[in-house]
Design a protein around this ligand. Structure first.
Ligand SMILES: CC(C)(COP(=O)(O)OP(=O)(O)OC[C@H]1O[C@@H](n2cnc3c(N)ncnc32)[C@H](O)[C@@H]1OP(=O)(O)O)[C@@H](O)C(=O)NCCC(=O)NCCS
Length: 171
């Protein structure tokens, strides 16, 4: 597979993107996932971080180029996770995480992350991708909807306070 790891540029920031180095990045992976969990559910209760790290390790093994750290001057400021999965017997792309540190939010970079996802999946000839987002995460839902994602299902996972929306984008 020949997918380039490109930088992210908008009016204010030039950010570097690199693939995750699982052993070296463990702390940052946990930090970003914890913050996302609080953002989405308001609590860390019931979230198993050891199991999370195992899932990331599997994702890195399966599609290393899809697990990405975003950096400003070599300091991690965000993360993107892209994979391939099956949904109703069709192979689709899947976004498992989009994350920016609070100081980098609300400045248009979220849009660049979605554009990055569009390009990533197009380059590997995947024409549809999904993600799951807490129905409580209005900022993310606004962003995804503005950029062409459509809600296709509402799921009620055990231990989650809010329903989760599965959203789809056809490229
Ligand atoms: C989700 C996330 C990546 C979005 O990135 P962002 O940089 O904040 O998004 P942008 O600045 O590009 O904003 C894009 C859209 O989001 C919405 N938005 C941004 N900030 C908002 C706010 N404070 N209130 C309401 N909507 C907001 C707007 O609709 C905006 O579109 P507009 O510019 O046309 O008004 C970022 O907020 C984040 O990392 N959150 C924590 C982790 C998380 O919850 N990830 C999603 C898990 S599925």
């Amino acid at each position: 597979m020949n997918v380039g790891v490109n930088g992210i540029r908008n009016k204010r920031f030039n950010l570097n993107v690199r693939v995750v180095n699982f052993e070296n990045d463990k702390n940052i992976l946990i930090q970003f996932r914890k913050d996302t969990e609080i953002e989405n559910t308001g609590t860390l209760d019931g979230f198993d971080f050891k199991a999370y790290l195992n899932r990331v390790r599997e994702r890195v093994n399966k599609l290393p180029i899809g697990q990405l750290i975003i950096e400003k001057d070599n300091i991690p400021v965000g993360q993107m996770g892209f994979g391939i999965t099956n949904y109703e017997s069709i192979e689709i792309g899947y976004v498992d995480l989009l994350y920016l540190l609070p100081d980098y939010r609300g400045k248009g970079l979220g849009k660049e992350l979605i554009r990055y996802a569009d390009k990533f999946f197009s380059e590997i000839n995947v024409s549809e991708y999904h993600l799951r987002v807490s129905s409580n995460n209005h900022i993310a839902i606004n962003l995804y909807t503005h950029l062409g994602m459509v809600k296709i299902e509402e799921e009620y996972p055990e231990n989650e306070k809010y329903p989760v929306w599965r959203m789809r984008k056809v490229l």
